[in-house]
Ligand binder design. Structure first.
Ligand code: ADP
Ligand code: MG
Length: 251
């Protein structure tokens, strides 16, 4: 579903250049729930933005559903992003003047060929999936952080994306709300076979995912684990985690 070959990203030039990603190879299969983990500054958000078509690589190849992204024009890329990709970020970016239901409908309005009843019905269903069926006509200021993040998940799913991307989706939530959001991702993955790629630096989040891709200083740090249950978590060794997280740059 996602195939990345020798991906590099350098920000800036000359002495100010930062090599954020170095020769990244990875694949994400249909129906997988993958986490991208590593300490702050390791390149997680950069990688997510590149495979989410929100930024350009310096070099390397990205294929989404066998489409070579470098062959697409800007408008084709935008269309692919709206049709096939959904995004959840740490910030909710909801429109305060619109109800939760209207916010969820918004990405569907960007696509042609949708009759308003179709996407409205789906938005109501999605708000029910995320447990907000009673809050359809409320405004963002009437909801908690955890509820708002669940709205952004419904919004990200309105166009039935092939891939749901999330960058630190629980970073600004309390523990209880974070757990609800992670359980929701897990449920979407199990029950709707939603492919999810989530950036996180929370060690505990590994319990929710099929696979972890470790980044360290812009490199993929380990082999992807094989499909067996025990080996799935083999690459996450708590000693190494502390090594990652206790460095002064980590947050
Ligand atoms: P993470 O999400 O793992 O914290 P990022 O992908 O945000 O890491 O950043 C990777 C590296 O690239 C860091 O050294 C960061 O400072 C740098 N970086 C990120 N975005 C930019 C940018 N727009 N301009 C210059 N450097 C950047
Ligand atoms: Mg980041």
């Amino acid at each position: 579903m996602i195939n990345v070959k020798n991906l590099n990203k350098t920000y800036g030039r000359g002495e100010a250049a930062v090599r954020a990603l170095k020769a990244i190879d990875l694949e994400v299969e249909n129906g997988e729930f993958t986490a991208i983990m590593g300490r702050s500054g390791s390149g997680k958000s950069t990688l997510l933005r590149l495979i989410g078509l929100l930024d350009f690589p310096t070099s390397g190849e990205i294929y989404i559903d066998d489409t070579d992204i470098s062959k697409l024009s800007d408008s084709q890329k935008t269309r692919l992003r709206i049709e096939k990709l959904g995004f959840v970020f740490q910030e909710y970016s909801l429109i305060n003047e619109m109800t939760l239901l209207e916010n969820v409908c918004l990405p569907a309005m960007c696509l042609n060929g949708y009759r308003s009843n179709d996407y409205r019905k789906r938005a109501v269903e999605l708000l029910s999936v995320v447990g907000l069926q009673e809050r359809l006509h409320h405004y963002p200021h009437e909801a908690s952080g955890g509820e708002l993040q669940r709205v952004t998940i419904a919004r990200a799913l309105i166009n039935q994306p092939r891939i749901l991307f999330a960058d630190e989706p629980t970073a600004s939530l309390d523990i209880t709300s974070a757990k609800i959001v992670l359980e929701l991702f897990s449920k979407l993955n199990r029950e709707m076979r939603q492919t999810i790629v989530m950036v996180t630096h929370e060690l505990e989040d590994r319990n929710y995912v099929d696979r972890v891709i470790w980044l360290k200083d812009g490199f993929v740090d380990t082999e992807p684990p094989s499909s067996g249950c025990e080996t799935k978590l083999k690459i996450i060794d708590s000693n190494r985690w502390h090594e990652h997280m206790s460095s002064p740059q980590a947050n």
